[in-house]
Design a protein around this ligand. Structure first.
Ligand code: BQF
Length: 294
């Protein structure tokens, strides 16, 4: 029987653990962790992601601050906001929700964030430290996936993992983390992407498949070996007249068909997504405890 990995429940469990730690912080009279989020424009998906983050802060007992601006904000004005947050003693960590409007250089904004407050782990300082196995804020999605593998007792050591997709925030860091010498790691990793010659030949050899392509139902059953672990990072909208919103969310994996082959599979929604948000909370707690940079 295939195990459906319940990311929503796992995220709840982690939030209970975080709330216990916050309660101890409050009892000790120490500073309450404080996360700030900067949201530019009115992209519906970004709004819902930031809402999830603010709600999670409330659930675990963190303070949160949401800074909103319309899409016409200049790059310089956004850099000023980042600078203010870098200097604000009460803010332990902050995120600038991506994507940003086209006239703003995301790389420039990311570089302006103080690495000590970079709880998304996107600054090259954190990325470089991660790649070298030094303490760092791990990017939230890969961190959430590591948590899932660990908490479901999935063996990774010596396994062949195929990561599909080479983005800076998911595929590339995931491939690095799984190949590292670590509790969850020691995989032999193949990083596949749009120029990969024979993707099916690669995925059929995989013990673990991480799908982070961004195309609905891209990974089909014929690409999956019997007993493989399948982690679906995709969040794609497909038209669905039976829903009142007019669409539903599906992953990068053809769930119903792959379910019949996999040993473990993550659903969408309720799989990787909720774990991404709790990972951000875990990073924020680390920031407030100065765990990474002292
Ligand atoms: C769920 C994200 C692409 C680009 C930028 C729960 C989230 C999503 C799904 C969520 C994501 C995706 C986030 C579910 C944050 C994950 O129940 O399946 C939570 O809020 N996410 C983001 O902040 O930026 C993104 C995906």
């Amino acid at each position: 029987m295939t195990i459906i990995i319940d990311g929503k429940q796992l995220a709840k469990d982690i939030k209970v653990e975080l709330a216990e730690q916050v309660a101890e912080i409050k009892t000790a009279g120490s500073k309450i962790p404080h996360l700030a989020a900067v949201l530019i424009g009115d992209n519906a998906a970004s709004e819902s992601y930031v809402r999830n983050k603010v709600r999670s802060c409330e659930q675990v007992g963190f303070n949160s601050t949401l800074i909103r601006h319309d899409a016409s904000i200049s790059e310089d004005a956004l850099l000023d906001i980042v600078d203010d947050l870098n200097k604000d003693e009460d803010i332990d960590g902050f995120i600038v929700q991506l994507p940003l409007p086209d006239h703003i250089d995301e790389q420039k904004i990311t570089l302006a964030i103080d690495p000590r407050k970079d709880v998304d782990g996107f600054h090259p300082m954190n990325f470089g430290r991660m790649a070298q196995g030094l303490p760092s804020y791990l990017p939230a999605t890969p961190y959430g996936i590591l948590q899932m593998l660990e908490r479901y007792g999935i063996e990774t050591s010596g396994k062949h993992c195929v990561v599909i997709g080479r983005s800076n925030i998911v595929g590339t860091p995931m491939s690095i983390l799984l190949s590292r010498k670590a509790k969850v790691g020691n995989c032999t990793v193949t990083l596949a992407h749009s120029r990969t010659k024979d993707l099916k030949a690669e995925t059929l050899r995989a013990d673990i498949i991480i799908a982070a392509i961004g195309r609905a139902n891209f990974v089909t059953a014929d690409m999956v070996k019997d007993g493989a672990v399948v982690i679906d990072v995709g969040i794609n909208r497909v038209d669905d007249a039976s829903k009142k919103r007019g669409y539903r969310l599906v992953g990068d994996v053809d769930f119903e068909a792959v379910l019949l082959k996999a040993s473990h599979i993550t659903p969408v929604p309720g799989g990787v997504g909720p774990m991404t948000v709790t990972s951000l909370m875990m990073n924020t707690l680390k920031a407030s405890k100065r765990e990474i940079f002292g």
